[in-house]
Design a protein around this ligand. Structure first.
Ligand code: IVH
Length: 691
């Protein structure tokens, strides 16, 4: 088996291509996992995707995408519950899988803090509970608000549901701060999960794949009376916002949680060394099968809360904690067939149909085979017995083939060279892994997928127009392009007469469409479904070009390689040359322009305005640190500056806004003075950055 290329051996184009693929793929899995409670790959496979993404980003920092998975935690919350914005984001954890990676985590933390390699670093180890994380807010000791994590910034208000849980104290015992937010994991015990599924089966209700999904499904009930019947439990383990300091160490904090009336996991341990952590990992691993609840690893947290504050966060994860995951579970089954799905951008994705097999309690029938190269690399053939692996609750990855079980007549899989939906040629540009249908909008699969994307929640978000009705209207010949959605009013009577519609539904649909004739520029751009232009990139473009007319003109100008417009586009932070090329390709295509203009003619596209008072004094500033800093390391200073929206660069130029000088600052300080740039001492910097 040949391995995927090491990032250091990749070209820019290869790296950009793979980062784009990973961003889309990971976002898809996030959505399946967080919003639909229905993941479709194993945790191990998911982790592998994220790690691959990070490795490539480290080698190609200039190619980091605005929609990079490193910046995101999960998927945006479902509708149905009110939204709650987390004042302290609810983030995720980085994973390690062996002692060497764990050592490296500790070494990184020490380096960041400027500690010696052998300086003691006390930690707390706790089982990593496989449930869903929630936040509980208490005011003057009373439970007032509870939320799910959602996408880490905005979660769902599940206060009423949480109130039904015995393990959520409605009043805190003893002394508590005026305001305190407590975080923890809601889960179902293994036995309660089995009982629940038995009851569901008897009642003809939904069967859950595993305890985690059952817990999520039980908590996110619009009717809290249903939640009340589900025996949900909670382990409290982390801190959100607080009006005063409640402890100096994490262990001390956990003790206070117990005093207040929370259940804290009794397998937690204070650890003085890496050797003790390794022993803890082994012991909890051995105890795992006998525990009454699912765990998928051990979380290690630096005990000293002052150090935690200094370490802060990078991307979606804290620098002061890490999850050391257990190895995954495996099984074998027969690969019965491979079929091809065609996506919105024409990507042909091979999917494995498997003989149903139970992997660690989950019935598995499907797995993605990713792309042509993956199939060839693993030499997976129809009829083969394949080895599956999963670490969580999801459709697993195919690790490889059991060679001696291969049927004599099994032949290598021939990846189709034409689109299975429209018959157009499928091509693979050099350096890319994905084969695509060239049918564009003549391919029904692509067209329908594009229209579905067009009306989806983050795009035009048209009530009553989803996958089902778009497909229906397409098949009935009512819509072939986005613009035609806005001309559906001409067909109102036809729609009203269709089975399952009626006058009222047709009228409501027309109203919903009318309501979206006015649309923010960012949504409009995202809705076009241009490859690599996800929500984040669409926002960047809208912010940068402000109006539709300007954006259109600049994109047309950018189709000329080397033009100023092209250079400007490629230099937008987060866009980069690869995405610029994608936009240029889109605008270089006559048919796309026609589609775009026909659509724009139906709409009023709103200009993008910067949000009020966007943000603190340091936002958007370019800062240079020079000389040696006495109270923080460079990475710490840089991380803080970036958190506040500033950019940190190495050399002083006319573009520099601020220079922070430590001791023995040399030529850079001099140059700053010459250029009349504002110079700060370390002390002044700390004050300005609120450190
Ligand atoms: S601490 C800032 N402790 O794992 C990080 N998380 O993969 C705060 N989890 O989102 C999380 N057991 O849902 C922490 N003992 C534990 C945990 C735990 C399970 C979950 C939690 C988190 C996810 C990260």
């Amino acid at each position: 088996m040949s391995k995927p290329k090491h990032p250091l051996e990749m070209t820019d184009a290869e790296a950009a291509g793979e980062l784009a693929r990973l961003a889309t793929e990971i976002a898809g899995h996030d959505l399946a996992y967080h919003t639909e409670d229905a993941p479709c790959i194993s945790d191990a496979e998911y982790d592998a995707l994220r790690r691959r993404n990070t490795a490539i980003e480290q080698a190609f920092p200039h190619l980091i995408r605005a929609d990079s998975p490193t910046h995101r935690v999960g998927a945006a919350p479902e509708t149905g519950f009110a939204k709650i914005t987390h004042r302290v984001p609810m983030l995720s954890l980085d994973n390690v899988f062996d002692a060497a990676e764990f050592d490296e985590f500790c070494a990184r933390a020490r380096r960041f803090l400027g500690l010696a390699d052998d300086a003691p670093l006390r930690m707390v180890g706790e089982p990593k509970i496989d449930g869903l994380s929630i936040s509980l807010t208490y005011e003057n000791g009373s439970f007032v608000r509870g939320a799910t994590r959602g996408d880490g910034s905005v979660g769902e208000d599940v206060t009423a549901n949480l109130r039904t849980m015995k393990s959520v104290p409605l009043r805190l015992k003893g002394d508590a701060p005026a305001l305190i937010e407590i975080r923890g994991e809601v889960f179902l015990s293994k036995q309660d999960f089995l009982d629940l599924n038995a009851a569901q089966e008897a009642a003809g209700g939904k069967i859950f794949a595993n305890p985690r999904n059952a817990a999520a499904g039980s908590l996110r009930q619009l009717d809290a009376k249903i939640t009340a019947t589900r025996p949900l439990s909670l382990f409290a383990y982390a801190m959100g916002e607080a009006s005063e300091e409640v402890a100096a160490t994490h262990a001390g904090y956990l003790a206070r949680l117990e005093d207040w009336g929370f259940t804290v996991n009794d397998r937690r341990r204070v650890l003085e060394s890496v050797a003790e952590a390794e022993a803890c990992q082994r012991e909890i691993g051995e105890a795992r099968a006998g525990l009454g609840y699912d765990i998928d690893g051990v979380v290690y947290k630096i005990d000293d809360l002052a150090l935690q504050r200094r370490l802060g966060f990078v991307g979606r994860a804290p620098r002061w904690a890490v999850a050391w995951k257990f190895p995954a579970e495996q099984a074998t089954t027969v690969l019965q067939d491979i079929f091809i799905q065609v996506g919105r951008t024409g990507a042909l994705t091979p999917v494995a149909a498997l003989a149903p097999v139970n992997v660690g309690g989950v019935l598995v029938t499907r797995a993605t085979l990713h792309n042509e190269d993956e199939i060839a690399r693993k030499d997976v053939r129809i009829g083969d017995t394949v080895i599956l692996q999963r670490a969580g609750d999801v459709i697993p990855q195919i690790l490889g083939v059991v060679a001696d079980k291969r049927p004599d007549d099994a032949v290598p899989y021939a990846f189709p060279s034409v689109c299975p939906v429209c018959g157009s040629h499928a091509v693979r540009p050099p350096g890319e892994v994905v084969k695509r249908c060239t049918g564009g909008l003549t391919c029904a699969a692509q067209l329908v997928e594009r229209l579905i994307h067009f009306v989806s929640r983050a795009a035009f978000d048209i009530d009553g127009l989803g996958e089902k009705s778009i497909t229906e209207f397409y098949e009935a010949g009512l819509i072939h392009s986005p613009a035609e959605i806005f001309r559906l009013n001409a067909h109102e009577a036809t729609i009203a007469a269709r089975e399952g519609w009626g006058a009222l539904s047709a009228r409501n649909l027309m109203r919903a469409i009318e309501a979206k004739r006015q649309i923010p520029l960012a949504r409009f751009i995202y809705a076009l479904g241009i490859r690599r232009i996800g929500e984040a990139n669409a926002k960047l473009l809208a912010r940068n070009y402000t109006s539709f007319a300007n954006w259109r003109a600049q994109m047309l100008a950018a189709t000329t390689i080397g033009s100023d417009a092209r250079l400007e586009l490629g230099s937008i932070l987060g866009i980069g040359p690869a995405i610029a090329e994608e936009l240029a390709d889109f605008f270089g295509e006559e048919r796309n322009l026609a589609t775009l203009d026909a659509l724009a003619a139906e709409l009023e596209i709103e200009e993008d305005r910067a949000p009020e008072g966007a943000n603190g004094e340091l936002a958007g500033k370019t800062i240079v640190f020079t000389g040696s800093l006495a109270t923080m390391t460079r990475p710490e200073a840089k991380a803080r500056a970036e958190t506040l929206g500033a950019k940190v660069t190495d050399s002083v130029s006319k573009k520099t806004d601020l220079v922070v000088v430590g001791e023995d600052a040399g030529s850079k300080a001099k140059k700053a003075a010459e250029l009349g740039i504002r110079v700060l001492t370390e002390e002044e910097w700390r004050a300005l950055a609120g450190m």
